[in-house]
Design a protein around this ligand. Structure first.
Ligand code: PAF
Length: 291
C-alpha cells in the first residue's frame, strides 16, 4: 500500500495501472476510519484490481469552521486499518492540491431539491460541498467504480445525480448499512453515546423495521407520525425528522404505493449525539447501484 499526497503523483500512478488494464475503485473518506468504512474498502477490492481510498477532510462541506477544526485527523491509524483491508493507494492530499487557486471547482448545479430535503434543512451548503469534492476526486482518480455508504442516503443520491448530470463513466456502488448486532447503524458517533442512550438508540432501527412491515397498511403520514412519537418517547431523544420519500427525488410521498423506489430516513438527537439512519422500503427490480 502506498500513500500519495499530490494530484500529479496519483495521476502518474493511475495512468500506469490503467495502461496495464487494471480496474480502479475509489472509496472517498474524511478519515477517522472505523470498521464500518472497511466494508467499502472490501467491496472495492473484491470488484476491482486496485482500490484507492481518499482521506481528505473537505472544508467546503462544513457549515461551521469550528467543526472543521475539531474534525479528527488520524492518518497513521487510518493507514494501518486500510492496509489490512485491501487498499492499494491512500490518497491524502492537502487542501491546496484539491482546490488549487487557479481551478474552478464549484459546480453550481441545480440539484432539483435533493440538497434541500431532510438533512439539507439542517446543513445549508453541505451537499454542494460534498458534490464538489467528489467530482474533483472523480476527475483526479477517474475510477471505474465509486464506493459510498447507504447510511448517508441523501449524500449518495445527490452524488449519483451529479454523476449522471456530467455523464461520468464511473459506476456508483452503494454499500448497505452495517449494523451492530442490536440493529444500531454503525457510526463513528456511537462511541459518544452514553450507555443508556446507546441501548435506547436500538429503537431507531426497530421503528424503521416497523415502518417497512406496515408500508402498505398505513399512509406515510400515519407512519411518520407514529415513528416521530415513538422516538420522542425515549428519554433524552429528540427526533428531527422521519421522512418517507421517493428515493430518486427525496420528496415526501403520501403512500408507499406511489413510487417503486421508497426510502424512510430519520435524524434523531440522542442526548448530545445526532444519529441518522434509513431503510429502503421498496426497491425496483434491476436497480444495480447496491452492492
Ligand atoms: O461521507 C463522507 O465521509 C464525506 O462526505 C465524503 C463523501 C468523503 C466527501 O468528503
Amino acid at each position: 500500500m502506498k500513500t500519495i499526497t499530490t494530484v500529479a503523483d496519483l495521476q502518474t500512478e493511475i495512468s500506469k495501472l490503467k495502461a496495464k488494464g487494471k480496474t480502479v475503485g475509489l472509496a472517498p473518506t474524511m478519515g477517522a476510519l472505523h470498521q464500518g468504512h472497511m466494508v467499502l474498502m472490501q467491496s472495492s477490492s473484491d470488484e476491482n484490481d486496485i482500490t484507492v481510498c481518499s482521506v481528505f477532510v473537505n472544508p467546503t462541506q462544513f457549515n461551521e469552521k469550528k467543526d472543521l477544526d475539531k474534525y479528527p485527523r488520524t492518518l497513521v491509524a487510518d493507514e494501518k486499518l486500510l492496509k489490512k483491508n485491501g487498499v492499494d493507494i491512500v490518497f491524502a492530499p492537502t487542501t491546496e492540491e484539491v482546490y488549487p487557486k487557479k481551478l474552478k471547482t464549484e459546480l453550481n448545479l441545480d440539484y432539483q431539491g435533493l440538497d434541500k430535503e431532510m438533512e439539507g434543512e439542517f446543513r445549508p451548503g453541505h451537499f454542494e460541498g460534498v458534490a464538489q469534492v467528489v467530482k474533483r476526486l472523480l476527475d483526479i482518480v477517474t475510477p471505474d467504480a465509486l464506493y459510498m455508504g447507504q447510511k448517508d442516503f441523501q449524500q449518495f443520491t445527490l452524488v449519483h445525480f451529479m454523476m449522471n448530470h456530467f455523464d461520468l463513466p464511473t459506476r456508483m456502488r452503494v454499500i448497505p448499512i452495517v449494523r451492530e448486532e442490536s440493529g444500531l447503524a454503525m457510526s463513528s458517533r456511537n462511541v459518544r453515546l452514553t450507555p443508556e442512550n446507546k441501548a435506547n438508540a436500538v429503537e431507531i432501527s426497530k421503528v424503521l423495521k416497523y415502518v417497512k412491515r406496515n408500508k402498505y397498511k398505513k399512509s406515510c403520514k400515519e407512519l411518520q407520525d407514529y415513528a416521530m412519537a415513538r422516538l420522542a418517547k425515549m428519554p433524552e431523544f429528540r427526533p428531527e425528522y422521519f421522512t418517507i420519500a421517493d428515493a430518486n427525488t427525496l420528496r415526501s410521498i403520501s403512500n408507499c404505493k406511489d413510487s417503486n423506489y421508497v426510502v424512510a430516513c430519520t435524524a434523531v438527537w440522542a442526548g448530545e449525539v445526532r444519529l441518522i439512519d434509513n431503510m429502503v422500503l421498496r426497491k425496483p427490480r434491476g436497480l444495480k447501484i447496491f452492492v
